[in-house]
Design a protein around this ligand. Structure first.
Ligand code: ADP
Length: 492
């Protein structure tokens, strides 16, 4: 048998250490699934303030690692911890840049030194691996924050005896976040000036770290088959479609999975009462508890309660929600919204909540336990995204017997099947056009089914039976790693 594949898994957020969205869930769960398949995987993450203060057991393993960056040499430490699944996690500490209240910026905007912060992380991760003799076959990196890694491997370390054989896989979790910086920051990336051109990391006169990942990686993946096709079109590619199309032979869509050790109503520690397909009593208790917790009228216990758990960004379609909120209130449904992000949407949703206090509760913050309680306590989950690479909340909702109503795009389209009351087949409701009327129609359709208890039960059960565990997708990543790894063939 050949030796285990060695994979260096680098991401800018990893649950439970640091999270703003779905990337953290993926980077928290996929390594454990890979480990179960025999991969020797280690994870790397910046040592943000949030990680430092999170109460995780860590130990120092490398003090004063010297990392050249442009004109400067930065000196930082590396600490070690582990995931619950026993995967080693290395934390890259540089107090001056990672000791900030948030990961990437505040609602007013991104941190000004983001390029330096993540260039440091990328370079430090490679230098540490080299120095510690970790002998990785593949670096699997994620989103623009790690886009420089494939570029470094193909330029600075092309001839390096310890790193030249390392292959790279770059996963695009969202093509809307392109890591754009002014061209005069090139020196801080540490790349030769020759790489700044349309075939390299230049994007219309700027540096794009997302483009760096796409151009230099040996293989590119994205998080659903549908999104992998969409991003090669002008409508969804957001300017990267040409670059992605040029790499289409090396571009794969691998659907994200759900970590059912965290997102499972039968074992969830955050919810009022556990429940499962065989015993649904707890769901009603969770609903009543949620209504009480967020301050809605108890009469809504007998009406449909619609939940939203989302980053607040243009992508997520909250403008549609604002346009239909009044109609939802007229249906005498409840709306429970949990979100954090851009100022504009925080204000928009807060104002709606104030306008309809009887039916709507809006919580503007990041709150993991409350996310679980909404997942369990709501009857339906709304995901009206403009585009959605994969989307995890609708997948989790299925397991909680909370019926998703989604825009038919990207992973939402791949994971939700339209319910047909006649045949009793399907797991949720989908609308095609990003348009308020179409969204409202599906909500009305869902409420109609909700009022027919037999159909509703069938629909809920269909969703709870669906299985999106990581095993199958992790297997696809292993096949891809094997394909790109430039390993010497074992001598028989
Ligand atoms: P994205 O990656 O675009 O943020 P996903 O649906 O893939 O969207 O993943 C979102 C993840 O972030 C889910 O685990 C969801 O529960 C979580 N999440 C989003 N917003 C919040 C919030 N305000 N509080 C708690 N969890 C949140």
């Amino acid at each position: 048998m050949s030796e285990s594949l060695r994979v260096w898994f680098l991401a800018s957020e990893v649950a439970p250490f640091a999270k703003t969205g779905g990337l953290a869930d993926v980077a928290g769960a996929l390594p454990s699934a890979l480990k179960k398949l025999g991969v020797d995987v280690r994870v790397g993450l910046p040592f943000y303030r949030m990680v430092r203060d999170g109460g995780f057991a860590t130990r120092m393993i490398r003090e004063r690692l010297k990392v050249p960056l442009g004109e400067k040499t930065l000196v930082g430490d590396v600490l070690e911890t582990a995931t619950e699944g026993g995967v080693p996690v290395y934390l890259f500490d540089l107090e001056d840049i990672f000791d900030q209240p948030e990961l990437y910026g505040t609602p007013e905007g991104d941190y000004a030194d983001n390029l330096e912060r993540f260039a440091y992380f990328c370079r430090a991760a490679l230098l540490f691996a080299k120095e510690a003799g970790l002998h990785f076959d593949v670096v699997h990196c994620h989103d623009w924050q790690t886009g420089l890694i494939p570029a470094y491997l193909k330029t600075l370390y092309r001839e390096d005896p310890a790193l030249s054989h390392v292959a790279s896989v770059f996963t695009v979790h969202n093509v809307g976040y392109q890591g754009l910086f002014p061209a005069d920051k090139l020196a801080a990336c540490g790349l030769p000036a020759t790489e700044f051109g349309p075939e390299g990391i230049e994007y219309w006169g700027k540096i794009s770290l997302l483009k760096a990942g796409i151009v230099y990686a040996d293989a590119i993946t994205t998080v659903s088959p549908m999104y992998s096709r969409e991003i090669q079109t002008p409508e969804f590619g957001l300017g990267m479609d040409g670059t992605l199309k040029r790499r289409s032979a090396d571009l794969y869509g691998i659907l994200n999975g759900a970590d059912y050790s965290i997102w499972n109503p039968a074992t969830d520690r955050h919810i009022r009462a556990n429940y499962s397909l065989g015993d649904m009593k707890g769901k009603a208790e969770c609903k009543s508890d949620l209504i009480h917790e967020v301050g809605l009228d108890q009469r809504l216990a007998g009406r449909p309660v619609l939940g939203i758990i989302s980053r607040l960004a243009a992508q997520k379609g909250h403008d549609l929600l604002a346009r239909i909120a009044e109609h939802v209130v007229r249906l005498d449904a409840g709306l429970v919204i949990l979100g954090a992000g851009e100022e504009k949407y925080q204000t928009l949703l807060s104002e709606l909540g104030q306008k309809y206090p009887e039916n709507m509760a809006v919580m503007i913050r990041f709150d993991e336990p409350l996310a679980h309680r909404i997942m369990a306590g709501a009857d339906m989950l709304l995901v009206p995204s403009r585009y959605e690479p994969c989307g995890l909340t609708q997948i989790y909702a299925l397991r909680y017997g909370t019926v998703p109503i989604v825009r038919a795009t990207g992973g939402l389209d791949d994971t939700i099947e339209q319910f047909d009351p006649k045949s009793g087949e399907g797991t949720g409701f989908k609308f095609a056009d990003h348009e308020a009327g179409a969204f409202l129609e599906e909500i009305k359709e869902a409420v109609k089914v909700y009022d027919d208890k037999t159909s509703w039960k069938k629909l809920v059960k269909n969703g709870m039976r669906a299985d999106f565990s990581w095993e199958e997708s992790a297997g696809k990543y292993v096949l891809l790693y094997e394909k790109v790894a430039k390993r010497a063939l074992p001598i028989c």
